[in-house]
Design a protein around this ligand. Structure first.
Ligand code: ATP
Ligand code: MG
Length: 212
């Protein structure tokens, strides 16, 4: 990917926004854009999961649909791109594999940030090789309604000091929306206009997604 080449005289800062994106919505887009600006990222790579380890596979929409919707959503932002890396993998992919792939590729020239919502970071100790993961990249944890940063300490317990060193908290405009909420609205025949880009909304209707 030539657009990932380092700029002259300096390193590259990249954010990876992992998610199921079933479907992508403005909560994801606002989080990524705010992270890009506040952390001066050169690029944000949206990384739709292939076989998500934390979700019931039967209930997740086909990866190709999720990839295409994410592509439609980011196409007008020059700093955003979508990677097929995880969806093209035949094995279950974990964040640690993805992060190590990029750190090996760019070596010391790269500062890598993994962007998540506060809900995801609260579960970090359940992620594969989370201790190694925390040493391999920095985390940006975006505020999300219903999940307080204050609870992070409580939940992480002894692991807290280790975890928090690598976690940068990001306040974003509160959006109490989720992919689950959008899926439910489509199933109920309710509008999702303005909750996701119009192209994504049209893609959902055209392909009859989330009707039940
Ligand atoms: P689902 O309801 O299916 O779990 P989701 O809306 O949580 O969907 P995911 O694809 O699971 O979307 O999330 C990808 C990442 O985006 C996660 O790190 C999640 O915390 C973050 N995220 C999702 N929605 C928001 C939001 N409204 N505000 C902040 N972060 C969000
Ligand atoms: Mg989620």
């Amino acid at each position: 990917m030539s657009f990932l080449l380092p700029k002259d005289g300096g390193g590259l800062s990249i954010g990876i926004m992992g998610g199921t994106f079933d479907p992508v919505h403005i909560g994801h887009l606002v989080t990524a854009e705010e992270a890009r600006q506040q952390f001066k990222l050169d690029l944000v790579i949206f990384m739709p999961t292939g076989n998500p380890p934390h979700k019931d596979r039967d209930q997740v929409t086909d990866a190709e649909h999720r990839y295409l919707m994410t592509l439609l959503a980011v196409v007008d932002n020059p700093y955003f791109t979508v990677s097929r890396m995880e969806i093209d993998s035949t094995d279950t992919t974990y964040t640690i594999d993805t992060v190590q792939h990029f750190t090996k590729l760019y070596n010391s020239q790269l500062t890598l940030y993994f962007i998540t919502g506060a809900d995801a970071i609260l579960n970090i100790t359940t992620w594969k090789d989370y201790e190694m993961l925390l040493k391999s990249c920095e985390f940006i944890a975006a505020s999300r309604p219903g999940y307080s940063f204050g609870r992070l300490k409580e939940i992480l317990g002894d692991a807290f000091p280790e975890v928090i060193k690598h976690v940068h908290l990001l306040e974003i405009p509160a959006m109490a929306i989720s992919s689950t909420f959008l899926r439910r609205r489509v199933a109920e025949g309710k509008t999702i206009r303005y909750l996701t880009p119009e192209t994504v909304e049209q893609y959902i209707y055209k392909n009859g997604l989330y009707t039940r």
